[in-house]
Design a protein around this ligand. Structure first.
Ligand SMILES: [Zn+2]
Length: 139
């Protein structure tokens, strides 16, 4: 590579540095998912939080047993986690560009804690907590 070529490539991603096996793994899971759901774009209509939870479940299964496979698909859990990360990465790309200060939040409940609920915005990934309203029982 001469100086001119080096200058032209400065700041550009060296995609060839990426190990390729993960692409094959994700393709395997995507082929299974596309067969199951029929539409290759179905994943785009699922909320980010669901992929985060799926990734955590598959990661936990892998953590407990690195050779474990997903019961339904027969595909190893770590490959499902890789595919979840691919979806999360695509969705995060858009969310990091959204401004939480100007976002018209769309809150979804993403968890409960003692006495309240946690919410995440589906557009900007902002979070908030709310205490559960006291349930009056006058019976
Ligand atoms: Zn928001």
């Amino acid at each position: 590579m001469n100086k001119q070529e080096a200058k032209a490539d400065a700041g550009k991603l060296e995609i060839s540095l990426t190990p390729v096996q993960i692409v094959r793994d994700i393709a395997e899971v995507r082929m299974y998912g596309t067969k199951k759901y029929g539409d290759p774009d179905n994943w785009k209509r699922v909320e980010l939080q669901r992929y985060i939870n799926a990734m955590l479940r598959h990661t936990l299964a892998f953590w407990e047993d690195p050779y474990s496979v997903d019961e339904e698909s027969g595909i190893p859990h770590y490959k499902h986690a890789e595919c979840n990360w691919a979806f999360i990465s695509e969705m995060m790309k858009e969310k990091v560009e959204a401004d939480p200060q100007t976002c018209k939040h769309e809150w979804v409940c993403t968890g409960a804690f003692n006495g309240g609920f946690r919410y995440t915005c589906t557009k900007c990934f902002g979070t908030k907590s709310e205490m559960a309203k006291e349930i009056k029982n006058d019976g």
